[in-house]
Design a protein around this ligand. Structure first.
Ligand code: F0G
Length: 357
């Protein structure tokens, strides 16, 4: 047995890496593809969950960041910059720290989850809270990269998409072919485009026989691709995908077209419902944005759009521990108060409803 070596080494033949590329890795990728019998029972499909929260910084961003930072260092960069709703900044700060370079990160003030903010800070990122939204942050990051000596590591950098396509390779390897459907959250639509690229390359090589239908979901208050226009003031509790002007819009439209895919919008209420189902019935804890994959599947299965027996993969993009506050909220908006008990076995047995043996 051996240790997983990270996506650059595991997929060296499928990425633009050479002997001149320093491999900046934290061992990302190789994440579990988990069967979800509870979701299969609810939908009639064969459902698998690709748990990207198992990456080193707790999100799928690490696959793209190992590539982006390695290529930046290869090109001589001493500093990188990104705009972020939280996960990209956490990942950029960690990989930059590992590489010994500086990461500057621009985040919307007061709008990123505490876990993600903490990660950027502890990894020594230069974190600035911008008094605007994510789209404003991305505009400024692009501006800075165009005019100052700093290397952009948002997914508009193709190295990010390249690294992220490896998740599709992993899925097809485990299943023996591409799935029939792939469901995932959409913010900038970089990951949606990356999976499509990975599946397309597998098909070209002949290691798979089909492209999955790519089903992407945006939060109802932040659904520019579904609406067909930029959303000026995007809103959703799924802060990771609170994005009104997706950077990879064109790539994503092409991927939908070619894969006979779909873009849908899901309300925050449905997102949180799916979040609880995934945690309570499958045992996987994700952040709200990730649960939109589950909500999308439940909606589409209800609508009769997912045939019985179809193989379905859901990508859940970020770990629940990044933004745990939602776990303590009940469906009716109350706050969970764990029961307090005295140091007394009989009393605790009674509270737990255990009968005497
Ligand atoms: N899920 C999570 C947990 C995310 O953090 C993101 C994006 C997405 C889904 C959407 O992926 O943008 O490729 O369509 N987060 C970015 C960030 C914007 O800054 O961390 P996408």
């Amino acid at each position: 047995s051996r240790q997983w070596r990270g996506v650059l080494r595991e997929y060296a033949d499928r990425l633009n890496v050479t002997d001149a590329t320093p491999v900046i890795t934290l061992g990302e990728g190789g994440t579990p593809l988990i069967p979800a019998p509870a979701l299969s029972a609810r939908t009639g499909a064969k459902v698998w969950v690709k748990f990207e929260g198992m990456n080193p910084t707790g999100s799928f961003k690490d696959r793209g960041m190992t590539m982006a930072i390695s290529k930046a260092v290869e090109a001589g960069a001493k500093a990188v910059i990104c705009a972020s709703t939280g996960n990209t900044s956490a990942s950029a700060a960690a990989y930059a720290a590992h590489a010994g370079i500086t990461a500057a990160v621009l985040v919307p003030e007061g709008k990123i989850a505490m876990g993600k903010l903490s990660q950027a800070v502890v990894h020594n990122g230069q974190l600035l809270q911008v008094q605007g939204n994510f789209d404003d942050c991305l505009d400024i990051a692009r501006d800075l990269a165009a005019n100052y000596p700093v290397h952009l590591v948002n997914s508009v950098n193709n190295d990010r998409i390249e690294g992220q396509k490896t998740a599709a390779f992993e899925v097809s390897e485990v299943l023996g072919d591409a799935p029939d459907f792939h469901f995932l959250p959409v913010g900038n639509a970089g990951n949606y485009s990356a999976y499509f690229r990975g599946y397309s390359e597998d098909l070209e090589r002949g290691t798979t026989t089909k492209l999955p239908r790519m089903f992407g979901f945006q939060a109802a208050g932040s659904a520019p691709i579904v609406l067909g226009h930029v959303v000026k003031n995007p809103e959703t509790i799924a802060s990771a995908i609170r994005i009104g002007n997706p950077a990879s819009w064109e790539l994503a439209l092409n991927a939908r077209e070619v894969s006979n895919g779909y873009f849908g919008a899901i309300t925050d209420e449905r997102i949180l419902e799916a979040y609880r189902i995934l945690a309570a019935e499958v045992g996987i804890f994700v952040e709200p944005a990730s649960a939109i994959s589950v909500a999308g599947l439940l909606e589409q299965a209800d609508a009769g759009n997912v045939p019985a027996g179809a193989t379905v993969v859901l990508t859940v993009t970020g770990h629940g521990l990044k933004d745990p506050q939602w776990a303590l909220q009940t469906a009716d908006g109350g706050t969970v108060q764990p029961t307090v008990v005295p140091v007394d076995t009989a009393e605790i047995a009674s509270v737990l409803g255990l009968a005497t043996a």
